[in-house]
Design a binder for this molecule. Structure first.
Ligand SMILES: *[C@@H]1O[C@H](CO)[C@@H](O)[C@H](O)[C@H]1NC(C)=O
Length: 452
């Protein structure tokens, strides 16, 4: 996936961190198991660490991974006639953690999918191999968040790829190569639980989903037998299947809903394991041909400018009561757009200097605002109004709201860097090297490309 270097590299540390309140859960309190064993976790969820082969292509390779799974149970029990099975979900990325996504969005998703009284689903997600709470974890800065944040700040300070008269491309590429060297060393030494980065490609993740679907079916069969026999475990699997009336061709199938890169995962799954598809829904669809065998990202952004225009036209439509950037005398959305872009041009000449709430030194450049707008385009409904208010404040010299957004997404929290294990893995925060490992495994090598 060639163009990704240009897209992703200014946010080494944290691409997205949603804040939501939930209880903590200590994943280390669960021992990884070959059969699926759920444990209570968070509030009303079930968690498991399922063992899977590291390398599905090599039977004599005995190394394994432990996949962090999370389930939101159905509102009916498994033997209720309205129970409609598991729906897997993946939030995207690549590199997005299913656990954090489930805590934030699982209940809403279940509400949308359920047909009350007729069909009730349990929702299942997982941190894909190498990501989040799955083990080993792709992490090139193990207990070294200060260095992660230092290089992240250097990248931020360097500015956009097209900045500094073209000299930024070779410099930023060199930084990425150096990070790559560090990742290579960390992964080779298995510092973070073992080798993982070469095994994180999407076909492996799809294969993990087959594994999980099978293990869920096994568990359900065991539970059904338990219910019948009142806990008599003395039955082998053949007998158990007969009892369940499962025909030989009645293989467990996937029900799935994926978003963004999660659509890539869904399409890879359908392509690799067509006989294992039950139902599949894809939302926010990535052009998978471009992703898998094209230059990457050449077609996925075709509508982006249009959505950016909707930021201004929508603002003009709803007016000042809802959109702070609007003014009563505006003739059209162009009036708003021109105001914002001429302010951005001024920022190019003269960035804003300010101080954060714990006295951090902060420079706000037009690039920061452009990145914020770019990020908002991904979630117009939840971010346009807030962003408009923050921009309106900043254009009136009150930068508090903009600074808050910067700290959510773009500037590392150095205050936390002295804690020993300071990456909050329950959150949706995810590591750039997780994303890169998947993309590099899926795409053609670009290591022989020259700067031009
Ligand atoms: C398969 O795994 C074995 C044991 O780790 C290893 O010796 C062998 O080189 C592997 N084969 C391939 C093709 O990678």
């Amino acid at each position: 996936m060639r163009a990704v270097i240009g897209v992703a590299l200014n946010n080494l540390a944290v691409l997205a961190a949603a804040s939501y309140a939930h209880s903590k859960f200590d994943w280390a309190s669960i021992s990884p198991s070959k059969d699926l064993i759920y444990h209570d976790c968070f509030d009303g969820f079930k968690c498991a660490r399922l063992i899977a082969p590291l390398d599905y292509k090599n039977d004599s390779d005995l190394r394994t991974v432990a996949i962090a799974m999370i389930k939101l149970p159905a509102v009916v029990s498994d033997d209720d006639p309205a129970f409609a099975g598991s729906v897997f979900t993946n939030p995207g990325g690549p590199g997005g953690a299913g656990v954090g996504f489930m805590l934030r969005a699982g209940k809403g998703l279940r509400d949308v999918l359920d047909k009350p009284g007729l069909r009730h689903y349990e929702i299942v997600s997982f941190d894909p191999r190498g990501i989040g709470n799955s083990w080993p974890r792709a992490n090139c800065f193990v207990q070294d968040t200060l260095r992660r944040d230092a290089i992240s700040l250097e990248l931020r300070g360097r500015g956009p790829l097209n900045g500094r008269g073209g000299t930024n491309v070779p410099y930023i590429l060199a930084i990425q190569k150096a990070i790559g060297l560090r990742c290579q060393a960390v992964d080779a030494n298995g510092i973070n639980g073992g080798q993982i980065m070469a095994y994180m490609g999407t076909p492996n993740v799809a294969r993990d989903m087959v594994h999980m679907v099978d293990k869920i079916a096994d568990l359900r069969a065991r539970d059904a037998v338990d219910r019948k026999s009142g806990g008599d475990h003395g039955k082998d699997l053949v007998e158990l299947k007969r009892e369940m009336n499962r025909e030989d061709d009645d293989i467990p199938r996937l029900q799935y809903i994926g978003y963004s890169y999660g659509t890539v995962l869904g399409i890879y799954f359908a392509s690799l394991f067509p006989a294992r598809i039950g139902r599949i829904a894809l939302d926010g669809v990535v052009d998978v041909n471009d992703y898998s065998s094209g230059p990457g990202w050449m077609t996925n952004l075709v509508d982006t400018d249009e959505i950016a225009d909707r930021f201004f036209s929508g603002c003009h439509e709803v007016g000042r009561k809802t959109c702070a950037l609007s003014r009563n005398g505006d003739e059209s959305d162009a009036s708003i757009k021109n105001r914002v872009y001429s302010w951005l041009s001024k920022l190019d000449e003269e960035p804003i200097s300010t101080i954060g709430h714990t006295d951090e030194i902060i420079i706000i450049r037009s690039q920061d605002i452009r990145e914020m707008l770019g990020a908002a385009l991904y979630r117009p409904r939840s971010s346009f109004i807030t962003l408009a208010a923050a921009l309106d404040d900043a254009m009136g010299r009150d930068t508090a709201a903009i600074v808050k957004i910067l700290f959510q997404r773009h500037i590392p929290h150095l205050d936390d860097d002295c804690a020993i294990d300071n990456i909050d893995l329950d959150s949706e925060a995810y590591l750039q090297e997780g994303t890169s490992s998947v993309l590099c495994a899926d795409g053609d090598s670009v290591s022989d490309y020259d700067i031009a």
